[in-house]
Design a binder for this molecule. Structure first.
Ligand SMILES: NC(=O)c1ccc[n+]([C@@H]2O[C@H](COP(=O)([O-])OP(=O)(O)OC[C@H]3O[C@@H](n4cnc5c(N)ncnc54)[C@H](OP(=O)(O)O)[C@@H]3O)[C@@H](O)[C@H]2O)c1
Length: 307
C-alpha cells in the first residue's frame, strides 16, 4: 500500500514523495476503493505548487479522477457497490492504493467503457459538456478554442462541431497543428488573424486569451477555464466574461443530477467525442518519470499512473 503525497508546496517533480501508507478505516456512509488507474491532469499539479494554499491542507494526495474497484463499504452505504468498477470522485486522493470517500460520490462505470477511457471520463468530458451547454450554440456560430490540441480542446472541438457550430481550433505548436488536421475544425496557429467569433473558450489566459477575446463580437461569451500560460487574463475586450470551474459546478448540483451528467459523459465517450488517447502507463512508484513525460513538448495523449 503506497501513495504519492505532497508534504509541502513546491515544484511537483521535486516536492511530491512516494511512501508506504496504512489501510484506511471505512467510516459510515463511505466506500473503500482499490485504485487501478489515474491520469495526470493540470488540475492535479496546480495545488501542489501552492497556488491554492489558502484552501489546501497538507499533507494531501493528488489525483482528482481515476478508476478503481469498491472492496468494502461502511455502515449505511449501498452494499451493491462492492465489486463494482467505479470512478471515486469529488475529492483528490486517486494517486494511492486505497481511497476512502463518501459512497454517493462513487460513479458506477458501464461495462462497455474500458478502464483507460473510464479513468479520464470525468474532468475533461464533463467540463466540456457543461461549457458547451452554457454556450447555447446556434447552427453556424463561430467558436474560438485555444490550446485546442489539449485533451479537453479536442473534446470541445468535436462537441461544438456536433452541435452544428463552427470551431476555430487555435494551437501554438506545429505538432498540435498537424495532430488536429483530421478534426472537424478550422485549425490556426497562435497569432493568426481570427474571424469574428460568436464566443470563445480560453484555457490559456495571458496574450492568447486576450487575442481570443478581441475576436469575439461585442456581448459574445468568453468562458475562461484554464491558465496554461500561467498569466492571468487581463483583457476580455467587449466579450462577456465567465469563469468556469468544474468543482464549483458539480458540488453545487444535486447528486442525482451529477450522476445523470456522468451518464452523458459516458455517452459522449461512446460517440468518440469525449475519449482521449492514453500515451503511456506508469506504476505509481515511477511517478517522477511520469511527471517528466507529462511535461515533454509535443506529448499527444494522457499519462496514467497505475497504483
Ligand atoms: N476549469 C475547469 O474546471 C477545468 C476542467 C478541465 C480542464 N481545465 C483546464 O484545461 C486546460 C487543459 O487541460 P488538459 O487536461 O486538456 O491538458 P493536456 O491534455 O495535458 O494538454 C495540455 C496542452 O496544452 C498546450 N499548452 C500548454 N501550455 C500552453 C500555452 N501556454 N499556450 C497554449 N497551449 C499550451 C500543450 O500543447 P502543445 O505543447 O502542443 O502546445 C499541452 O500539451 C488546463 O489548463 C486545465 O486546468 C479546466
Amino acid at each position: 500500500m503506497s501513495r504519492v503525497v505532497a508534504h509541502q508546496f513546491g515544484v511537483p517533480s521535486q516536492f511530491l514523495a512516494y511512501e508506504p501508507c496504512d489501510m484506511p478505516a471505512v467510516d459510515a456512509g463511505c466506500a473503500l476503493v482499490r485504485m487501478q488507474a489515474s491520469p495526470i491532469n493540470p488540475s492535479d499539479l496546480i495545488p501542489v505548487t501552492g497556488a491554492y494554499r489558502h484552501r489546501t491542507t497538507l499533507p494531501f494526495v493528488p489525483g482528482f479522477e481515476g478508476i478503481g474497484m469498491v472492496m468494502d463499504v461502511g455502515e449505511g452505504a449501498d452494499r451493491n457497490l462492492i465489486g463494482r468498477r467505479v470512478l471515486p470522485l469529488g475529492t483528490a486522493g486517486c494517486w494511492q492504493t486505497w481511497k476512502v470517500l463518501s459512497a454517493d460520490w462513487c460513479v458506477a462505470v458501464p461495462d462497455d467503457i474500458d478502464d483507460e477511457r473510464a479513468a479520464t471520463a470525468y474532468i475533461n468530458p464533463l467540463t466540456a459538456l457543461l461549457m458547451v451547454r452554457t454556450l447555447a450554440l446556434r447552427a453556424g456560430d463561430a467558436i474560438g478554442i485555444n490550446a485546442a490540441g489539449s485533451a479537453i480542446g479536442r473534446m470541445l472541438v468535436r462537441m461544438v462541431a456536433a452541435a452544428g457550430a463552427r470551431p476555430f481550433a487555435i494551437v501554438r505548436s506545429r505538432s498540435a497543428y498537424d495532430a488536429l488536421q483530421d478534426e472537424p475544425a478550422d485549425v490556426v496557429r497562435e497569432g493568426a488573424t481570427l474571424p469574428p467569433l460568436n464566443a470563445g473558450l480560453d484555457a490559456v489566459g495571458g496574450v492568447s486569451g486576450a487575442r481570443l477575446a478581441a475576436a469575439i463580437v461585442p456581448g459574445g461569451l468568453l468562458i475562461h477555464y484554464g491558465l496554461m500560460s500561467g498569466q492571468p487574463l487581463r483583457d476580455a475586450g467587449k466579450a462577456k466574461l465567465m469563469l468556469f470551474r468544474l468543482r464549483d459546478s458539480v458540488h453545487a448540483m444535486p447528486r442525482a443530477e451529477f450522476h445523470a451528467s456522468m451518464d452523458k459523459s459516458f455517452a459522449e465517450i461512446r460517440a468518440g467525442r469525449a475519449s482521449c488517447s492514453i500515451c503511456a502507463n506508469y506504476p505509481l512508484e515511477a511517478y517522477r518519470d511520469a511527471l517528466a513525460h507529462n511535461a515533454r513538448d509535443g506529448r499527444q495523449g494522457k499519462i496514467l499512473l497505475r497504483p
